[in-house]
Write a protein that binds this ligand. Structure first.
Ligand SMILES: *Cc1c(COP(=O)(O)O)cnc(C)c1O
Length: 393
């Protein structure tokens, strides 16, 4: 069915679908690496682009195509490219749009590996970068150079939950012929659609909200126009970070309930944030849905809801965080986010424990910081779990 003019929830279920000869109700998994040509001429026509069809799964596959078309419709883009991981999407983006001597500006608190791959690998190829607090537009303006080609934003950024004004940042960038990509992993297209706000490309770690069930790793880039899409497609096809058809099937299945999952998770998150805000064992809390959140107004403007990621500081610093980690029973101690299950993470004692305190502070990781990805369990159970664990501090 043509879903171009359908509502978002209808797109979640039907966009990108195709129906094969047996009438399967869902997109089947085309678990094949290659596709047979009908004859020599057919092979020649496919390679010349004179006929539509499939050649080889790194280049294209029906199951993968279905997902790419669905994501493009959800983000109101021209077309998407899906990849083996979110990081594959990041490296494909950089490789497609930046060359030796080019410069990129990005959010200081961007996802760690997105910055690390730029500063430790793309820098070796002669790509320059400036990381700055993009929540202040004047910082972006100051960082612009004649060779700036890409503005790579993450909003909300992690773990600071800092927002960048996508509309204002895109207007500024476009005045200087700079392309804008937004990592929309934390919001998903259900809450925020960067292309509608002026961005040129949207990036996703599909691993998180879009798949939503913590059972695959995947990434996507969605371009607003055909030219940028063609560059992304070519780079992915040559560099080979393609998604597997089975993975694509899993994401198509997972994304269908995106609206339902996010509605429930953010309803839970709002209640949990309000509970934590008044808790004596909590030093500070950042959640866009709280009136005390510094950028609450911007969140209301560019997002249609506040999501389910909460950052908070626990009393007692490193020790307090460890006690909390060792006493929660429902929340899983794990990295990642955006799944149906509640996850808790204390970077100073877990993911960033091997770094010195100074190194941690450079990455905005303070000793008391706890990251909480709210799931869709009963909210009373999540609060009771936190309550008994905080009691032990
Ligand atoms: C997880 C994540 C990524 C990287 O995605 P992977 O699927 O883990 O490779 C990129 N950006 C953000 C904001 C993320 O949370």
């Amino acid at each position: 069915m043509d879903t171009k003019n359908s509502g978002f929830d209808t797109k979640l279920i039907h966009a990108g679908d195709f129906h094969e000869e047996f009438g399967a109700a869902v997109v089947p998994i085309y678990q094949t690496s290659t596709f047979a040509f009908k004859n020599a001429q057919h092979g020649a026509d496919l390679f010349a682009g004179k006929e539509k069809g499939y050649i080889y799964t790194r280049i294209g596959n029906p199951t993968i195509d279905a997902l790419e078309n669905k994501l493009a419709q959800l983000e109101n883009g021209y077309r998407g490219v899906v990849m083996a991981s979110g990081m594959s999407a990041v490296t494909t983006l950089y490789a497609a749009l930046l060359k030796q001597g080019d410069h990129m500006i990005s959010t200081g608190a961007v996802y760690g590996p997105s910055r690390a791959v730029m500063e430790s690998i793309f820098a070796d190829f002669g790509v320059e970068s400036t990381y700055t607090d993009t929540s202040l537009i004047e910082n972006i303006e100051k960082a612009i150079k004649p060779n700036t080609k890409l503005l790579y934003l993450e909003t909300p950024a992690n773990p600071t939950i800092q927002l960048t004004d996508i509309k204002k940042a895109s207007e500024l960038a476009h005045k200087h012929n700079i392309l804008v990509c937004v990592d929309n992993t934390f919001s998903s297209p259900y809450l925020q659609r960067p292309l509608d706000l002026g961005a040129d490309i949207v990036l996703h770690s599909l691993t998180k909200f879009i798949n939503g069930h913590a059972d695959i790793v995947g990434g996507a880039l969605i371009a607003k126009d055909e030219q940028v899409y063609a560059k992304l497609r070519k780079t992915m096809t040559y560099m080979g970070g393609n998604m597997d058809p089975h993975q694509a099937y899993m994401v198509i299945r997972g994304v269908k309930t995106l609206s339902l999952r996010i509605e429930k998770a953010q309803e839970n998150a709002q209640k949990i944030a309000e509970y934590l805000e008044n808790h004596p064992k909590i030093e500070w809390i950042k959640y866009p849905g709280l009136k005390s959140f510094a950028q609450h107004e911007l969140a209301k403007e560019q997002m249609s809801g506040f999501g389910s990621m909460i950052s908070f500081g626990v009393k007692g610093g490193l020790k307090g965080g460890k006690i909390l980690m060792d006493n929660v029973k429902l929340a899983l101690l794990a990295v990642s986010l955006g799944g149906v299950e509640t996850l808790i993470q204390h970077p100073a004692s877990m993911t960033h424990a091997a770094l010195s305190k100074e190194e941690r502070l450079q990455a905005d990781i303070t000793d008391e910081l706890v990251r909480f990805s709210v799931g869709i369990e009963n909210v009373d159970d999540i609060i009771a779990d936190l309550d008994q664990a905080l009691e032990k501090i």
